[in-house]
Design a binder for this molecule. Structure first.
Ligand SMILES: [Zn+2]
Ligand SMILES: [Zn+2]
Length: 245
């Protein structure tokens, strides 16, 4: 078995040698981003999407100066010569430079997700997941103006506890109750969602009224509220989407 890191470098070689203004034709995409993502599922090695895209692009660029017909200049040393390849990169370069485009693709397509539709779905979910992990502020548009929903406030333990005390533990969207489903293990468990549009600069706890500004939701509904990057659904909007009521 070839190591994951080797596979990653093999892909980088392919992207560098056969990608010109856009990615290699055999990948059937015009977007570099999409080309990188094609390999994310198998080669991510725990990296998040942006980091992965970045390092694949960088690895591609280390090969660029070794191919004269590429449109990217690549990394050169002080004398303007192609940067010397080391370790795995050097091994892959020697081995793969003897193969043609089809032969290399035959090999690396095993690490690729070549199904466009599936890829789109995978990434929509992955990005939503990774976004949800970030303690940031998300926005939604209300009557033409952009409003901000603070995820930071949702993580404030004092506000959280105050909200749970006031609202109880039933999900405001779907009614789910962790204790009813998981018994004692689920007791006193729920997430808190911040409703009140606040300006970015006013993410302060004294401005938040846990009775009016916060609601209790289950983990699933909370994810669905914040599913799309940069937006948040209202409770009513998500309720309107519910199929199982
Ligand atoms: Zn729910
Ligand atoms: Zn929320």
């Amino acid at each position: 078995m070839t190591k994951r890191n080797n596979k990653f470098i093999e892909v980088a070689f392919f992207l560098s040698k056969y990608g010109k203004a856009g990615p290699p034709k055999l990948l059937q995409t015009d977007s570099w981003k999409d080309a990188y993502r094609m390999f994310y599922e198998q080669l991510s090695d725990g990296r998040d999407i942006l980091t992965f895209e970045h390092s694949l692009k960088n690895s591609r660029d280390t090969f660029d100066s070794h191919f004269v017909d590429t449109e990217r200049e690549g990394w050169k040393d002080e004398e303007g010569n192609p940067q010397k390849l080391k370790g795995i990169s050097s091994e892959v370069f020697t081995k793969f430079n003897r193969l043609n485009e089809e032969q290399i693709w035959e090999r690396i397509k095993q690490y690729a997700n070549t199904d466009v539709k599936e890829r789109e779905e995978v990434f929509e979910n992955l990005i939503a997941e990774q976004e949800a992990e970030k303690p940031d502020t998300t926005a939604r548009t209300e009557g033409g103006t952009k409003v901000y929903i603070s995820r930071k406030v949702e993580r404030n333990p004092t506000l959280r506890n105050a909200a749970l005390k006031i609202h109880g533990y039933d999900c405001k969207v779907c009614g789910f109750n962790f204790e009813k489903v998981y018994g004692v293990w689920g007791k006193h468990w729920a997430e808190v969602h911040h409703l009140k549009p606040i300006s970015e600069s006013k993410v302060e706890k004294k401005l938040t009224d846990p009775g009016k500004d916060l609601v209790v939701v289950c983990a699933n509904c909370h994810r669905m509220i914040h599913r799309r990057r940069g937006t948040a659904l209202t409770i009513e909007e998500l309720q309107a989407k519910l199929i199982l009521k």
